[in-house]
Design a protein. Structure first.
Length: 127
């Protein structure tokens, strides 16, 4: 699969099945126009790439687009981190409050169990 983040971000621009076995090595030649792919059977496949994969056409606009894209994604990640922090703190506070409530319930039960046993007698079952 090949991704072109200038065209599609979440989906591959295209996919190409090289062989039926698993691939374990990928390399470009020095010109960048051929892709060498090795598979687990020891075979090496040579794939000639389309010029759109390696051409320098409009490279400055692409660099600027990618730079801005990465800046936006970085800012988005930082914003998400900032949003997560209060949620974690709130969750921690809620856990503390829940624990305090449970402790109060246990204390109340321990204090009033003898009284309820006196009032209701043996018919009162604490468990």
């Amino acid at each position: 699969m090949a991704y072109d983040i200038c065209y599609k971000i979440n989906e591959p621009a295209f996919s190409y099945k090289v062989c039926n076995s698993n691939l374990n090595c990928v390399a470009l030649n020095s010109k960048g126009n051929r892709l060498l792919v090795g598979d687990e059977e020891g075979k090496v496949h040579l794939i000639k790439l389309s010029e759109s994969f390696y051409s320098q056409y409009d490279i400055e606009n692409k660099k600027e687009f990618i730079s801005k894209f990465l800046e936006r994604e970085n800012a988005r990640e930082r914003a998400l981190d900032v949003k997560k922090k209060p949620i974690k703190e709130d969750h921690h506070k809620l856990n503390k409050q829940e624990q305090l409530i449970k402790e109060k319930i246990i204390k109340i039960e321990q204090e009033y169990y003898p009284y309820l046993t006196k009032v209701f007698g043996a018919a009162f079952n604490y468990e």
